[in-house]
Design a protein around this ligand. Sequence first.
Ligand SMILES: [Zn+2]
Length: 409
Amino acid sequence: MKKTMAEVQVVRPSSDQRESGRLQVLDTIRSAGRIARIDIAQATGFSPATVTAITSELLAAGLIEESSSDDQPSETRRGRPRVTLKLRGKAHRIAGLKVAQRTITMLIVDFEGKTIVDHEMEFPTARVSPTELVDRILKIVDATCRKGGFDRTGLSGLGIGLPGQINSVSNFVHWSSSLLERNVELGALLAQRLPFPVFVDNDANLVAKAEHLFGKGRESRNFLVVTLEFGVGLGIMIDGEVYRGQRGCGAEFGHTKVQLHGALCQCGQRGCLEAYVGDYALLREANGVTVGEPYTDVAQLVAAARGGDQVAMSIFERAGAMFGMGLANLINIFDPDLIILAGRSHNKRHIFLDAAVTRAMQSVVQVDAPPPEIRTHGWGDLMWAKGAAAYAIEKVSGLTVKDVTRNAS
Ligand SMILES: [Zn+2]
């Protein structure tokens, strides 16, 4: 029966609703791996007719593909092979990169999240001008693409994680320890030079995303990731979503104050947690009293402490106490069920982590319920880059579904 225009307008969902419906179906397929239409209907609560309509649009857009049950090892069904849907890996190549102190690590994945190629480049200086950072990013983008056998036009999007206060909505860097200048339009600078969209976020947020999708946070919807590297970062996962704050500058755990009129921090203020536990803080304190060759790497200081050097030991003792105080504050505010301590250099931090955790547990509000679990996770930069790629997949999916919606209306 043919509907009149008025009826059509009444029953037709708005384009926002259709867009979010398509995204929901895409997410359901992504988290299931392979899934039949009827199971998508069950998972989303959409009618089978709606699921059929949405999936045929996604099929037409090349984002998903059908796969018969023949190629999966599950139990065989009688009659017609069961048709399931999966993401089409070839739909997009998406990149993620992590800007660390002297290295940039990049990873390119397909639309299913499978790694295609990765690459790491070392640079002589840690803090650079925005122009120099853009040049470095372009350099690694091209080098990684070359390694994968394609060029930058073969990419659909790039996620970038760097330390600092970043507004991920506008890809704007308020401040970063990797940049010599404040208030950098990093997204806009890169957009002028790259043929695909760029998504910038705080690196600890991306680690939280990676932990949520691939790591120790898979079972938990409310957890915190504390990153310990050159500085201290925090990713807050609340109900399965990264919490970023109103200005996108939240979760600056490293700059929470642990001492009134305390040590000078690289952010310009005093008494920040980072000014007691960050690499630079430990070295600054050690070199303030050490006569002879100054320490240039925290690893040297760790070796000295392990060898019984009193100065080195006392530096880590204080850092552990300060870090424990910070962890206790986090637990008292968020009451998470899990805290993940992550970072490339965390292994050498074991020297103060145990003391920090003990101190934290003594300082949390005591109730008759088990305290949150604290786990350490020593991922390399590649996993940080994977978090950046996962974030870019989410963003590219959103943009592609927007296109599908625009073309359908
Ligand atoms: Zn600070």
